[in-house]
Ligand binder design. Structure first.
Ligand code: SF4
Length: 142
């Protein structure tokens, strides 16, 4: 079961079944202690960051850059999908996939937060022209 962990040096928050051995923020070793979800949310909210549409666009470009896929070069399609993602964040709190319906079970619905694990989608895996369900990410042409 996933839990929240806090680095006792720099308050980096990790969500997972176990804490990292080395804190990726301050590089301290064996520095994580379990905290409650309430504490974790409070700590994560302390910086009060938001992600604008441009920042999200940059984030997915950077994410795709080191992978075998890229953000769809079809700019109009990307804009339409970003509309859906930001509407979902506005209405439901998370950037849920615009092509699928959330169930209301948060643990399950986390699988629908964009980018999702689309490498396992039938539309992507083993396909030369693979893409995620919505086509936001497409396999990079060699
Ligand atoms: S299918 Fe594509 S658009 Fe939908 S959540 Fe996954 S990566 Fe995002």
């Amino acid at each position: 079961m996933k839990k929240f962990w806090r680095c006792f040096i720099c308050s980096d928050i990790h969500y997972g079944v176990k804490p990292p051995e080395v804190c990726p923020t301050c590089l301290a070793k064996n520095a994580y202690v379990e905290v409650s979800s309430r504490e974790a949310v409070k700590i994560m909210g302390a910086g009060g960051t938001t992600l604008t549409r441009e920042e999200f666009r940059r984030a997915i470009l950077a994410f795709a850059e080191k992978n075998e896929f890229e953000v769809n070069p079809d700019k109009a399609k990307v804009e339409m999908l970003l509309d859906g993602l930001f509407a979902n964040e506005q209405n439901h709190g998370l950037k849920y996939c615009p092509c699928r319906l959330a169930s209301g079970d948060l643990a399950e619905d986390l699988k629908l937060v964009c980018p999702c694990h689309f490498l396992i989608h039938e539309t992507y895996k083993n396909k030369k022209d693979g893409e995620c369900w919505c086509g936001l990410f497409v396999r990079r042409k060699k």
